[in-house]
Design a protein. Structure first.
Length: 206
């Protein structure tokens, strides 16, 4: 890891803004922050996820849950490769577990994280050539007005974003079990997108 990236990650891990000085109109984070990310000055793939869930908050490692199992299967890689920083960077839109809503689902990523840290982290990792944008929040940030009006349409048009330069983007749904119904309604995702994703990942981590 480069000195500048190492220093930036150290600042991220010490960040307590969402607890101590939250964005105007937002409640303070109700628990101790635990920023979770995996970065590298050489990894060419970056996963842009949403925010840690309860299991990731407990483990301190990204995607240590069933969603991670499904994501690794989608990518065609082992846990060993997935957690090798020189192979793969993992930078969610919110670094800390945001808490649960009234129905027991995860709240959206904290609004403080991306404006504070994301530009700097991306600038410190210019070697990244493929970004997997998982979910609406990551797609909004990385794709801006190029994304479609719905997540389904954005993912359906993945070929358009895959051809972007200098950084190729593959938009994806969240690998949560909650999206199993979506996968059944959209079989093209597994039939058409996943083979390309697996081929890209294999080429970039080998």
């Amino acid at each position: 890891m480069s000195n500048s990236l190492d220093a930036l990650v150290s600042q991220v891990r010490q960040c307590r803004v969402c607890r101590d000085t939250p964005k105007a109109g937002k409640p303070s984070l109700p628990h101790e922050p635990r920023p979770v990310l995996q970065v590298s000055a050489v990894a060419r793939i970056m996963i842009a996820g949403q925010a840690p869930g309860t299991r990731v908050h407990a483990s301190g490692k990204p995607f240590t849950d069933p969603s991670g199992d499904r994501l690794r299967d989608w990518m065609g890689i082992t846990e060993e490769v997935f957690y090798e920083p020189d192979k793969l960077a993992i930078v969610p839109m919110g670094f800390c577990f945001p808490g649960l809503d009234a129905k027991g689902g995860d709240l959206p990523p904290r609004a403080e994280c991306a404006p504070l840290w994301r530009d700097g982290l991306m600038q410190a990792m210019p070697q990244v050539t493929l970004v997997l944008t998982i979910g609406m929040y990551a797609q909004n940030w990385h794709m801006g007005n190029q994304r479609k009006s719905t997540l389904t349409e954005t993912v359906r048009n993945w070929r358009q974003y895959h051809e972007m330069t200098p950084v190729s983007v593959i938009p994806m749904p969240h690998p949560s079990w909650r999206n199993t119904g979506w996968l059944k309604k959209n079989p093209w995702f597994e039939a058409e997108l996943l083979p390309v994703l697996k081929a890209d990942v294999k080429a970039l981590v080998s």
